[in-house]
Design a protein around this ligand. Structure first.
Ligand code: UD1
Length: 339
């Protein structure tokens, strides 16, 4: 039986991975979360699926973190806990370098010390920065990494710590996932209606689909498009949106993958892009709700286009997306928001 520590397991992505671990495997699960953005309600919902251990702790508490690793024989760490808001990272870089890079470095150090053999790390497409000459098939894992914001850099530095550590510790392996734009909520149907049990609960959301879903259910009156003068087909930013349950599935696969394969890095995206305008239209169409949209200046740290090449994760890990459908992503985000 696997014994897995999930840091940030009360958060948006972490909780969907925990959900799948509890539902689909007999893995022993321990969640470590400081609940700064993670949700207590989500933790209770997950308890309805099956028992797991919860430890409320901030990763900056190095001594306590060491005790957790010393007292449990984890074979795998899936590390989500991080700060993730790009504009905030531009304004407060040290928060990102401390919370993301420094705390991840300590966690890796403890993982090696206490014989954790597998480390699965949430990295980001933001490590690619502002891609120049995007290849026709999207950005692959060998594309140059030049982050244009401290969030991306804090993740890139963590990647490097992981890679260098694994080079000199034979029994320590990693999978790094570079997420593109994660969205949507738990695919769960009741009476043929989407009824997500968990979703994105982060207050003061900054993510496009979350904000559009808040507008669709009238929690917000209007929203802004940040920049319509980018070098894209309609002038608004283009991103590769991946459904949260497909992303979570990749993490479940990664645990087994590392039993038989070497450390590796995988993009997680669908390999196609939608503009901000297209996403907003899709939210309106798929929910049959209208709302006001204004054009505002560009947001700090935003590249024009980010689209993955996902050939590697499909061929090497055998990952097959199930929810590659922007309207389903929008509908599930809306159903969660409107619950
Ligand atoms: C960023 C990171 C991504 C990371 C995520 C975590 C980059 C390039 N990407 O995603 O890797 O996983 O944060 O938080 O740094 N937009 C609007 N109006 C809004 C909100 C967003 O127009 O109200 C636009 C943005 O300008 C952007 C697109 O929508 O063009 C997507 O933005 P968002 O959902 O915030 O994600 P990213 O910033 O792309």
């Amino acid at each position: 039986m696997n014994n897995v520590l999930v840091t940030g397991g009360a958060g948006y992505i972490g909780s969907h991975v925990v959900k799948q671990l509890l539902e689909q495997t007999n893995t022993k699960v321990t969640i470590l979360d400081n609940l700064s953005t993670g949700s207590k309600i989500t933790l209770d919902t997950l308890k309805n699926i099956r028992e797991y251990e919860f430890i409320k702790l901030d990763l900056k508490e190095f001594d306590e973190v060491e005790l957790v690793l010393k007292n449990n024989s984890f074979d795998t760490i899936i590390h989500f806990a991080a700060s993730i808001v790009v504009p905030e990272s531009v304004e407060n870089p040290l928060k990102y370098y401390m919370n993301n890079t420094v705390n991840t470095t300590n966690l890796i150090n403890q993982a090696v010390k206490y014989n954790v053999s597998k480390f699965i790390f949430s990295s980001t497409a933001a490590t690619y920065g502002e891609p120049i000459n995007i290849p026709e098939n999207g950005i692959d894992e060998d594309y140059s990494q030049n982050p244009i914001n401290p969030y991306g850099m804090s993740k890139l530095m963590s990647e490097r710590v992981l890679i260098d550590t694994a080079k000199v510790n034979e029994s320590f392996k990693y999978v790094i996932f570079r997420y593109f734009n994660v969205a949507g909520a738990d695919i769960n149907y009741e009476n043929k209606e989407l009824a997500p049990r968990i979703g994105q609960s982060f207050p003061n959301a900054t993510h496009l689909i979350k904000i559009a879903s808040e507008c669709a259910c009238k929690k917000r009156e209007q929203m802004a498009i940040f920049g319509d003068d980018y070098d894209t087909s309609d002038g608004t930013g283009v991103r590769d949106y991946i459904h949260i349950d497909d992303l979570a599935d990749a993490h479940i696969k990664a645990i087994d993958y590392l039993k038989h394969n070497d450390s590796d890095i995988f993009n997680a995206g669908y390999g196609k892009g939608f503009s901000v305008k297209e996403v907003i239209e899709c939210m309106k169409d798929s929910t049959k709700k209208d709302f006001k949209v204004s054009i505002e200046p560009r947001r700090l740290g935003d590249p024009a286009t980010l689209i993955s090449n996902n050939s590697k994760i499909k061929s090497k890990m055998g990952w097959t997306p199930k929810y590659d459908d922007l309207s389903l992503i929008c509908q599930s985000a809306y159903a969660w928001e409107n619950r």
